[in-house]
Design a protein around this ligand. Structure first.
Ligand code: MD6
Ligand code: FE
Length: 210
């Protein structure tokens, strides 16, 4: 092999990898598919079980979509706004998510859910764990598009030390195994303008939910 991609695969914690620029070259196709999905299942600010509106706007594609409302956090097969099934996961999303998982050493990743997050300037996502899925042996694959963000990657408890990682357009995070239940969050997005996506950051998070 003439060129190795290894320098772009950064191990940030046990079983957790940052794939720097993994999506560059695929942006046009990804953004087109994202635009199509959001025209049919629009972004919305969901309500937390505690009665707050989330500042991050969300939608989904795939067989299952993550939602929150007064009844709690869960995966559902239909969009509560349109009452129709979520849009199918585009092949370009699925293929890139699987390739990223494989690069990080997770073979046979078959995502059934893609959560779409849109952050406006000043928006953050508080420290949390992803634990609404059935099988924690499955990894999570996360695409970053648009404005950059600082991702706080912590440990098994809320109090554990955190590392701040800058996630830029085209980056992918893959994690599972020993780090699967680590706390994490996104710091407030700084003002800026992305040439393709304007004053926003988009995050696509692929999971095996069932
Ligand atoms: C975000 N991501 O990057 C928020 N969760 O906007 C997450 O909360 C996340 O990137 C689990 C696994 C990967 C993630
Ligand atoms: Fe998360």
């Amino acid at each position: 092999m003439l060129f190795s991609d290894d320098e772009n695969t950064i191990e940030i914690a046990p079983d957790a990898y940052l794939l720097k620029g993994f999506l560059l070259g695929q942006s046009d196709g990804l953004i087109q598919s994202l635009t199509d999905i959001l025209s049919l299942t629009p972004l919305r600010n969901m309500e937390t079980p505690g009665g707050y509106r989330m500042s991050v706007a969300m939608s989904n594609c795939g067989d299952w979509g993550w939602v929150t409302d007064k009844k709690g956090y869960r995966y559902v097969k239909s969009d509560p706004v349109t009452n129709k099934p979520w849009q199918p996961m585009p092949t370009i999303f699925r293929d890139l998510a699987q390739q990223a998982a494989e690069r990080a050493g997770f073979l046979n990743f078959e995502p059934d859910a893609c959560l779409i997050n849109r952050y406006a300037i000043g928006t953050k996502l508080s420290l949390h764990q992803d634990k609404d899925e059935v099988d924690f042996s499955q990894p999570i694959v996360s695409f970053s598009l648009g404005l950059p963000a600082v991702f706080d990657f912590g440990g098994a408890t809320r109090e554990a030390a955190k590392i701040g990682l800058t996630l830029e357009h085209g980056d992918v995070l893959v994690w599972g195994g020993k780090s699967r239940l680590n706390y994490h969050g996104i710091r407030a997005i700084k003002a800026g303008e992305h040439p393709r996506l304007g004053p926003y950051r988009f995050n696509l998070t692929f999971r095996r939910s069932q």
